[in-house]
Every structure is written in structure tokens, then in C-alpha cells.
Design a binder for this molecule. Structure first.
Ligand SMILES: O=C(O)CCC(=O)c1ccccc1C(=O)O
Ligand SMILES: [Mg+2]
Length: 354
């Protein structure tokens, strides 16, 4: 039983504009385990605001790599080994899951508990902040590539500009499912104004309109939408990094949960959260923090393992200027074919398959 980890740094092709500023590169660790001769590869790619810092992640991985058996770190009593470091837990849990799925000769989607038979996962295109013209160009390019669901980043500029952007996208792309991700940028009044101003845009949902900790505000906003006879849903993303998902669901604060396995401490944990939410009538979308190929592919497997999932935020490989190995699950016509080989990233499709 061995566990090692190596740092990586991958630049984005161009910065992704969000209400929290620009994301320009992704740094993290490839985690490798060997269990009874079986190799497993995981990924820990922390992102400030969603997870621990890079340094905290490295410390947690170093600590667990000195365990005689790192599997103990995932056992219920060992979970404190990862307290506050969900990205580190994600990396170790994925490496161990990959090794076990390889041993059992199952694709990760099946090893996680999926029934099988899901060949594709639908995905949304991610349209960053930009002027009206740039936003419409990105949106129409995505539709031409076959996407039928678009997520537009908003909240980085005054509401009337975001309204103009979303109206222009709706006009140019009348048939798509349209979502807007505010990354917590609005206050309660602005969010209500947005619901009114966007009533004719047929938005599927507003993602994290209010700050992460304002769970009650999101419940109030849902009540407001019902009161004015609107149809826009409320999706929560950042709130799930600070508030337990069951608390969010109990509060009636979300129509949709946006689940990021890196922030939730692993695809295994994200799957538990997803199944619980679905059972309670809340939809789920799975996405990443723009992770590299191992974590992104694991999230494709997670999506495929669920009984239902809405278009996922997994069309982000092209945002990276380089990746850790060949992509076994590229986007084609707005969806991703689920890898069928054993494990997470099947060895035959990797460039380091020696
Ligand atoms: O969901 C998507 O379409 C892509 C992922 C994405 O938007 C994102 C990427 C990095 C950090 C945060 C977020 C987010 O959903 O807020
Ligand atoms: Mg989001």
C-alpha cells in the first residue's frame, strides 16, 4: 500500500470572468495509490472559496501519505484526517476508487453504484462574463457546436447590463435551456429585481444569486418567484461548501443543487448528497471547479451513476490550455460519452499507459 502525490499547474486558454474575478490557472496534485499491485489515480485541485488552499491540501496529503494504510483515512473514524480539506479527500478517495474499480474490472460509474446503461451525460456550455456582443457570439458558437443548454456568468456588472446580455442571448438562441450563474454577487433586492426583469427570458434557473451563507434569502427568493407567478428556479452552489446539503433542502432554499465533488470531499460523498436530494424532489447538476482530466472524468462517471441528472457543468476541458493526460470523455454535440473501460480514465485511452 503506497500513496504519493505530485503537483501540477495548468493555465487556462484565457481567463474565465466571474463575479469573483478571473480564474487564470488551476493548480493541484495528482494522487497515485498502489493497493495489492493495483494502481489508482486521483486528483486534488483546490480552489479558494470552495475548498482548502493549495498549501493546506498539500499538508493533508502529506499527512495521509504517512499512514500505514491510507484507506484508514477514509474510514468513518479516520475522516478527521481530512477535516476541512475536501480537495485532499477527493484526491485520495478517487485514487482508491480507481484502484478498486480496476480490480473489479468495472467502469467507475458502475463501481460507484450506478445501474449502468447510461451512455451519455448532457452538458451545458459555460459562457463567461463579457459584453453583450461577446456573450452572444460565445452563445451562438456553442449552439452551433450542438449545445442545447447554456450557462451564462453574471453578477460582475450592473444588473441592467446582465439583463441586456441575457435578453440578447435568449433572442439569438430561442430554443436553448438558459441558466445564469451569479456566484453570490447580488443582494436580496437586486435578486428580486432580476426575477422581475428576466421574466420574459425563460431562464431555467438562477445559480447562487445571493451570498453563500444567505440560505434563508434563497428560500425567500423562491417564495417571491412563486408569489409573482414566475418560473425561474433557484440553484445553490457555493452555499453547499459552507452549509450541509440537508440543511439547504430542509430550508426550502433550492430547486436545484449544483454539486462539485472537489468541494464536497469526493465523488463518493457527492453521490450520497445527490441521491438524497433526488429522493427529496430536488434536482441535481454535477460540475467541477474547472478540474483537470482525472477529476472531470470522475464527475462524468458520477453523473452517469445517478438515476436522473440535468445538463452538467462538465464542458470545461477546452478552457484549459493543457491537461494531465488525453481526455477519455470529450464533449460532442452538447453531451459526453461515458467511458466504458475499467476504472476512471481507462488505461488504454491514456498517454501514460505503460
Ligand atoms: O458549471 C459550469 O458550467 C462550469 C463550472 C463553473 O461555472 C465554475 C468553475 C469554477 C468555479 C466555480 C464555478 C461555478 O459554477 O460557480
Ligand atoms: Mg456556480
Amino acid at each position: 500500500m503506497r500513496l504519493g502525490f505530485e503537483p501540477f499547474s495548468l493555465p487556462l486558454v484565457e481567463p474565465l470572468g466571474t463575479a469573483n474575478g478571473e480564474l487564470t490557472e488551476r493548480e493541484g496534485f495528482v494522487v497515485v495509490v498502489e493497493v495489492a499491485g493495483q494502481r489508482g489515480v486521483g486528483e486534488a485541485t483546490p480552489l479558494a472559496g470552495w475548498t482548502e488552499s493549495l498549501d493546506q491540501c498539500a499538508s493533508a496529503l502529506a499527512r495521509v501519505s504517512r499512514f500505514p494504510d491510507p484507506r484508514r483515512a477514509l474510514a468513518p473514524r479516520g475522516d478527521e484526517a481530512f477535516a476541512g480539506t475536501p480537495a485532499a479527500r477527493h484526491g485520495v478517495a478517487l485514487a482508491l476508487a480507481d484502484a478498486a474499480a480496476n480490480r473489479d474490472r468495472l467502469p467507475l460509474s458502475r463501481w460507484l453504484g450506478g445501474a449502468g446503461g447510461v451512455e451519455h451525460v448532457p452538458v451545458n456550455a459555460t459562457v463567461g462574463d463579457g459584453g453583450v456582443e461577446a456573450t452572444v457570439t460565445e452563445a451562438t458558437d456553442a449552439v452551433a457546436e450542438g449545445f442545447d443548454c447554456l450557462k451564462v456568468k453574471v453578477g460582475a456588472r450592473p444588473l441592467e447590463e446582465d439583463v441586456a446580455r441575457l435578453r440578447a442571448v435568449r433572442e439569438a438562441c430561442p430554443d436553448v435551456e438558459l441558466r445564469a450563474d451569479c456566484n453570490g454577487a447580488w443582494d436580496r433586492d437586486t435578486a428580486r429585481e432580476a426575477v422581475d426583469a428576466l421574466a420574459d427570458c425563460e431562464l431555467a434557473y438562477l445559480e447562487q444569486p445571493l451570498p453563500a451563507t444567505d440560505v434563508a434569502g434563497h428560500a425567500d427568493l423562491r417564495a417571491y418567484v412563486a408569489e409573482v407567478g414566475g418560473s425561474v428556479g433557484v440553484a445553490l452552489d457555493e452555499s453547499l461548501a459552507s452549509t450541509a446539503p440537508e440543511v439547504v433542502v430542509d430550508a426550502g432554499a433550492a430547486d436545484v443543487l449544483v454539486l462539485k465533488p472537489m468541494a464536497l470531499g469526493g465523488v463518493d460523498r457527492a453521490r450520497t448528497v445527490a441521491l438524497d436530494a433526488i429522493e427529496r424532489g430536488v434536482d441535481v447538476v454535477v460540475t467541477t471547479t474547472i478540474d483537470a482530466v482525472y477529476a472531470r472524468t470522475a464527475t462524468v462517471h458520477l453523473a452517469a451513476s445517478l438515476p436522473t441528472v440535468r445538463a452538467c457543468g462538465l464542458a470545461t476541458a477546452d478552457l484549459l490550455a493543457a491537461d494531465l493526460t488525453a481526455d477519455p470523455a470529450p464533449v460532442s454535440a452538447g453531451r459526453i460519452a461515458v467511458p466504458e473501460g475499467k476504472g476512471n480514465v481507462p488505461r488504454s485511452s491514456t498517454s501514460d499507459s505503460a
